[in-house]
Design a protein around this ligand. Structure first.
Ligand code: ACO
Length: 371
């Protein structure tokens, strides 16, 4: 664990173990992600969203349900979530899609908003919010569809491309859980106060929104647009470093090597090669950025993280970049809900300490160090 000279955990809590979990393990040295005993590469190739829900919720979410039952429950929960749209859409006018989703999830009550409804609501609300921004009415969910397919079907009137739906399911599985990342930690902190499932998920979504966590993939595409072509890479990089900007899609708190999810998603992009696919430019940009980061930070390995190829995968699936963070939430909500169950079962309030460095009332001696 990194400690400051005063014996404190570092401000970013690097290396601090703040939860015990049997959900997922991130091995930052080996570049390996294990979810409930299975490597992410295996899960991404074979599981869909409902399979992943069954894996993550097993033994935590009462009553036990297998993937087929969860698939059915998610379908009917999407219909229930769509019933909230008349309340949500007028209230969300003028908000960005992620702010609209935050407002939407807040409409549920902690008393009866359960994990299945929350997972179902994310695609329903996202699609309807996006369409409202385009001046279009919502498209009703189809309870018989899989989660990813139904999201694409609710987004546009165009027939859903099977390959794109499969690719989206792979993406949702790939990002479903990832140790104690910032949003999952947030969810566990809120759950530890016994605030309830809905409150904990809303809080997690707020943490996901930031560009240092789930807000990076949209800006990755902005970066590729700005660079334009292979000749544009060098001058763009020089400008970014001169301005002290971080490069979106690179670096990670835990990985000291390549994020394994980057390669899973690169495979998704390659499988979807088509009109919007700019993998050649992306590979050249990636190579140039990695070389530059290695030179600038010889003692701190900074590599490609999940968000770089997320951007390309979601673009190839046909999603607008404004919805990338919401697509991340669509997958990660599974991990949040599983961690919330786990935290609620452990029953221990998460309440670390801080060290006061401000002034003292005159003449008084500080009696305690931490509070
Ligand atoms: N571009 C340029 N410099 C970087 C980058 C980057 N992407 N990442 C880290 N650095 C620099 C830091 O500024 C720091 O420099 P300094 O010592 O001169 O201050 C040095 O490398 C070490 O930084 P770390 O300790 O490795 O960074 P930290 O663990 O605090 O942050 C983070 C991790 C937030 C992911 C960071 O790498 C970053 O900002 N990346 C870009 C945003 C991004 O891709 N976010 C998505 C992350 S994946 C996810 O959450 C799903």
């Amino acid at each position: 664990m990194n400690m400051t000279s005063e014996g404190l955990a570092s401000e970013g809590l690097d290396g601090v173990v703040a939860a015990v979990t049997n959900l997922s393990q991130v091995d930052g040295q080996a570049g390996r992600l294990i979810v409930r005993g299975r490597d992410i590469e295996e899960l991404a190739g074979t599981f869909d969203f409902a399979d992943m829900a069954a894996l993550l919720w097993a033994g935590l979410a009462p009553p036990f349900a297998d993937a087929a039952a969860i698939r059915r429950d998610l379908g009917s929960a999407r219909l229930r979530a769509a019933g909230m749209l008349p309340q949500l859409l007028p209230a969300a006018r003028g908000l960005s899609p992620i702010e609209g989703l935050r407002a939407g999830l807040s409409l549920f009550s902690d008393r009866n908003g359960d994990h299945v409804l929350l997972c179902a609501a994310v695609p329903v609300f996202t699609a309807a919010l996006w369409r409202q921004g385009q001046g279009k009415p919502p498209i009703a969910p189809n309870a018989d569809n899989g989660q990813g397919e139904d999201f694409l079907a609710m987004l546009t009137e165009d027939p859903v491309d099977e390959g794109a739906a499969r690719a989206l399911e792979t993406y949702l599985v790939t990002v479903a859980d990832h140790g104690l990342n910032a949003s999952t930690f947030t969810a566990r902190v809120v759950a530890s106060t016994q605030a309830g499932m809905v409150s904990a998920v809303v809080a997690a979504l707020c943490a996901l929104k930031g560009p240092l966590h789930g807000g990076a993939p949209g800006p990755v595409l902005d970066m590729l647009d700005e660079i334009g072509d292979l000749d544009g890479v060098r001058p763009w990089l020089d400008r970014q470093f001169a301005a002290g900007e971080r490069l979106m899609g690179f670096g990670h708190r835990v990985y000291r090597t390549r994020d394994p999810r980057a390669d899973v998603l690169k495979g998704v992009v390659e499988g979807l090669r088509g009109g919007g696919n700019r993998i050649a430019l992306a590979e050249a940009v990636e190579a140039a950025i990695l070389a530059e980061l290695a030179e600038r930070y010889p003692d701190r390995r900074l590599d490609t993280n999940v968000e770089f190829y997320t951007a390309l995968a979601l673009e190839a699936v046909g999603l607008p970049r404004e919805l990338f963070t919401l697509a991340f939430a669509m997958g990660r909500v599974l991990g949040w809900t599983a961690h919330i169950f786990e935290q609620e079962q452990s029953g221990r309030l998460i309440r670390p300490a801080s060290r006061y460095t401000g002034p003292l009332p005159e003449g008084r001696i500080l009696a305690t160090v931490a509070g």
